[in-house]
Design a protein around this ligand. Structure first.
Ligand code: ADP
Ligand code: TRP
Length: 320
């Protein structure tokens, strides 16, 4: 079984990224051959500061390695180190109906948030399909918001296979239900673009600030509260054991337990879980050359695999 996923270096990684896809990438690397890459070509659709892109690329590498991605088991690399993906994107664009891209939520959402309607943004799902199909992935761990992109990938692979002969495997998305959407501190989806994240690599002081500013309703301390409509509780659920989670739910329902208490427990749970991560990350940050070597070795292995699929696709359409 081949597992593959990518993440854009377009800002600091956060709990949504961790529970939505990073943790699954780390878990699934035990089960099969695994590919994880830093999607810097994709990030160019929204990031225009070259130095920032370089910094964010390194930050993503550090975050992934610190949270347990093992470069011995996973081919971990930077997307642009395998430029073959661009040629495959072109071959896929031949079978891409305009309507399919016009209906993409993520494209419409970005326009609604004031982004310019560029061709890069529009063609984003085609490049993502090329990413996935290039490595003949079976399973793609992604958060719920990426499911439509996976549908588009499956569609394009099927269309290409029908038109030019069996060339690509049809991949399956993989999203554990309990973490389909991690809420941000304002209650919207946690996202780098909404300024509502709890960042994994933030300092203890920044984490405390973020957790203390989670939006809560105005139910007075002594009154019972509904855990399911409490963001603090939803985040706590991701971090703690079922027993501790049941305890917080009971406390909220009983009354006499305020959101301030809940936030304090969330902060402690976060620190318990992410303290080892912070330490590993700080050690890795001291060795940027080693991190670059890991990425270069991952790219070399990925590139050899990419070449095979690209050659098959070129042959199928008649380029060679
Ligand atoms: P962001 O919205 O912060 O820009 P990305 O779009 O780069 O995040 O997402 C990277 C990966 O993390 C994707 O697989 C995405 O589905 C997942 N992800 C991002 N935010 C969340 C969230 N709040 N809940 C669950 N998964 C998420
Ligand atoms: N579009 C994805 C996101 O914003 C990132 C990505 C690029 C990706 N290529 C991918 C995810 C391939 C999974 C597989 O999160």
């Amino acid at each position: 079984m081949r597992v593959l996923s990518g993440i854009q270096p377009s800002g600091k990684l956060h709990l949504g990224n961790y529970f939505g896809m990073m943790r699954e990438c780390v878990r699934l690397q035990e089960k099969g051959e695994s590919y994880v890459y830093i999607a810097n070509y994709h990030a160019l659709t929204t990031v225009s500061n070259a130095e920032q892109l370089r910094i964010d690329t390194m930050d993503v590498a550090l975050d992934f390695l610190a949270c347990g991605l093992d470069p011995e088991r996973t081919n971990f690399f930077v997307q642009s180190d395998v430029p073959e993906v661009q040629e495959l994107a072109w071959l896929l664009s031949i079978v891409t109906p305009m309507g399919l891209l016009e209906r993409a939520h993520s494209y419409k959402d970005k326009l609604a948030h004031g982004k310019e309607a560029t061709h890069g943004l529009f063609a984003y799902p085609v490049l993502m399909a090329a990413d996935i199909l290039l490595y003949q992935a079976d399973i793609v761990p992604v958060g719920k918001d990426q499911k439509q992109h996976l549908e588009i990938t499956r569609d394009l692979a099927t269309k290409f296979n029908l038109k030019f002969g069996e060339t690509f495997k049809i991949p399956e998305p993989y999203t554990p239900e309990e973490v389909a959407v991690v809420p941000g501190i304002d209650g919207q989806k946690m996202s780098k673009s909404y300024n509502n994240t709890i960042q994994m690599s933030a300092t203890p002081k920044q984490i405390k600030q973020a957790i203390m500013s989670i939006v809560t309703d105005s139910t007075p301390l002594e009154e019972p509260k509904d855990p399911d409509s409490c963001i603090v509780y939803q985040l706590y659920k991701l971090l703690e054991t079922p027993e501790k989670v049941a305890e917080m739910a009971a406390n909220l329902r009983a009354g006499g337990y305020g959101y301030g208490h809940a936030k304090k427990e969330l902060l402690e749970a976060f620190n318990r879980k992410f303290e080892p991560f912070r330490e590993r990350r700080a050690e890795l940050a001291e060795k940027p050359e080693m991190v670059k070597e890991i990425l270069a070795a991952g790219a070399a292995r990925a590139r050899a695999e990419a070449r095979k699929t690209l050659d098959a696709a070129r042959h199928a359409v008649g380029l060679i």
